[in-house]
Each structure stands twice: as C-alpha cells, then as structure tokens.
Design a protein. Structure first.
Length: 319
C-alpha cells in the first residue's frame, strides 16, 4: 500500500448471514486486510421471526479470522440501522480518529482498502472533504472522468471519514425546514433535481416514516459545503437489492456494474468539485430517470389491467 496507516473497518450486521459472509470474504481479499482492525456491531433481533438468522450471523461473525484484530459487539436490544450506525461510528472514530464504514450487503474490490486509506491520509487536512467512498454512480465508470473526483454528494455505500468531520454530524438536521420554504436551497440539496433528498429529509424529520442516518449525514455535509471523493470505477457494489435490505428495493441499475480490479493511481491534489464530474453525473441521472419513466409508460400501455389498478390506487389515496 501507498501508506502505512490502516483505518479500522466498522461493519454493521443484522440478519443476513450469506450477505455478511460475502462482505467479509471480499474485505479479506483486500491488500492490507491482515493489518486492519475490524469492529463488528451485531444488532439484536427485532422480533422472534428474525432471531434464527440473527443467531446465524453471530455464529459466523464469531468464526472470522484474518484481520489484525476483531472486535465484536452483540447488542442486547434492537437498535435499528440508524441508531446502530450513529452510535457505532461515534464510538470507534472517537477512539481511532478515522474509520471505514461498511454494511452487510457491500462487496468490495481487492483494491478498496488501499484506495480508502490512501485518500484518508491525503485529505486529512483538507477540511472541506467530509467523506471518501468506493462507490461510483456509473456502473462501468465514465471515460470522460479521471480515476477519482469530488462531488458534493454523499454515499452510504462504503464510506470513510475522520473524527473532526464526523463531529459535525447533526442528528437533528438543524435548519432542514429551509428545504420546504426556499426553492434554491431545495434545488441545490436535491443536486439540481437529480435526487429526492428533500423529500427523504421531510420523511425523516417531519413525517417520521423513515429512519435514516444517511440523509442526515447528507444534510450535515451540505450545510457545511463539504464533499465526497468518488472512485470513477466501482470499488464497491451493493448486493442488497433482493428485498432483504433496509431502504432498498429492486429497481435501478445498481446490479449492472462490475467491480474494478485495478488500483486507483490518481487522486486530485485539491479538494474541489469540478464542472465536468458534476455535469456528467447530472446528465447520467437525468437520462436514467427519463428511461425509467418511458419504461413504465410502455409497461402500462401493454398491461392495461395493471394501469387500471394503479389509477384506482391513486384515486383511493386521494380520498
């Protein structure tokens, strides 16, 4: 590896033993895994139906070998993902100063840890960098963009940060109401309409129908005008789009990419969001949204009964 500082991995698991195994095995194939500590937080079962798989995850976690040190916390009560992540990250980053955060449905390239640790070292003193991620919105990269670049976008699909940046995290999302009253703030927070961030924040803070730590981290980064380093090609892939994950559905092209099996050699000297990566992401997201809408229209035109059922559902909600 290019440096000799190995940030600890913080891994959150619950009731998906096979996903957990794949996540851990991929991490163990990384260069530097044997020099990396891992902290695993096992949430408790939410109900009796989850207990068997929760126990299976804990049995597997107890058998893991290959990291420098393995620290396991087995919760006695169900925290849920948001509380688990906030408390676990806070605990470890306050002790270790920097962390690499993973959930139990993320598969990584063998060069993932090298990339994350190199970036953590390089941008430690550039305080406008909130996080590092190995994820890429482009399934197979974008040939117009460099190997890594900055965006004012947060990704929870693998991320790393430092103690002083995480200290900014605002669980109360102070000032979030501005996204309802100020069109410019809402448009900016939604990345020119590409993402539903404002809606998610309202659902979190006002409607209380979701429980997301990530949308509050996004708001924290946004209000401090900070950014995230992204890899052009994917060093991390989400395998949770099979109906088993929290806040995950089965739509989108998230499964269509492939992991990059080459080390990232280029890291920008200055932490700034350049015009080209921003434009390329906005173009790509808008094209995907347009294609999805056209696909849905075609589906309903060829499935009139489904269309009628959808209309009745909408009418029912309007009563």
């Amino acid at each position: 590896m290019q440096n000799h500082t190995f940030a600890p991995i913080v891994l959150f698991v619950y009731n998906r033993p096979e996903h957990t195994r794949k996540t851990v095995e991929a991490l163990l194939r990384n260069c530097g895994a044997e020099q990396t500590e891992i902290y695993i937080f096992c949430d408790a079962a939410k109900n009796d139906n989850a207990r068997e798989k929760v126990d299976a995850v804990r049995d597997y976690v107890g058998s893991i070998k290959g990291f420098k040190a393995i620290h396991i916390t087995e919760r006695e009560e169900n925290y849920g993902l948001a509380k688990s992540v906030i408390s676990g990250v806070t605990q470890v980053v306050n002790e270790k100063d920097r962390v690499i955060v993973m959930e139990d449905d993320l598969i990584t390239s063998p060069y993932f840890l090298e990339y994350m640790n190199t970036a953590l070292e390089k941008y430690e003193n550039q305080k406008n960098v909130f996080s590092i991620t190995g994820y890429s919105h482009f399934p197979n990269g974008n040939e117009k963009l460099p190997e890594s670049y900055f965006l004012k976008v947060f990704s929870s699909w693998s991320w790393a940060t430092w103690k002083d940046r995480w200290a900014l995290f605002d669980a109360d999302a102070s000032g979030w109401e501005k996204t309802k009253s100020d069109d410019k703030i809402r448009y900016a927070f939604d990345y020119e309409g590409c993402f539903d961030n404002s809606l998610m924040l309202k659902q979190q803070m006002e409607d209380h129908i979701i429980n997301s730590w990530a949308i509050r981290a996004y708001w924290t980064m946004f209000t401090h005008d900070e950014m995230t380093l992204f890899s052009n090609k994917r060093l991390c892939e989400n395998i949770g789009f099979d109906g088993t994950g929290v806040h995950c559905n089965t739509e989108g092209d998230y499964l269509s990419g492939k992991l990059d099996n080459q080390a990232v050699a280029y890291f920008p000297e200055k932490a700034e969001e350049l015009e080209l990566p921003r434009k390329e992401l906005i173009r790509y997201i808008r094209e995907k949204k347009k294609a999805y809408k056209l696909g849905r229209i075609k589906f309903y035109l060829t499935h009139p009964q489904k269309a009628a059922s959808k209309i009745m559902q909408k009418l029912g909600k309007g009563k």
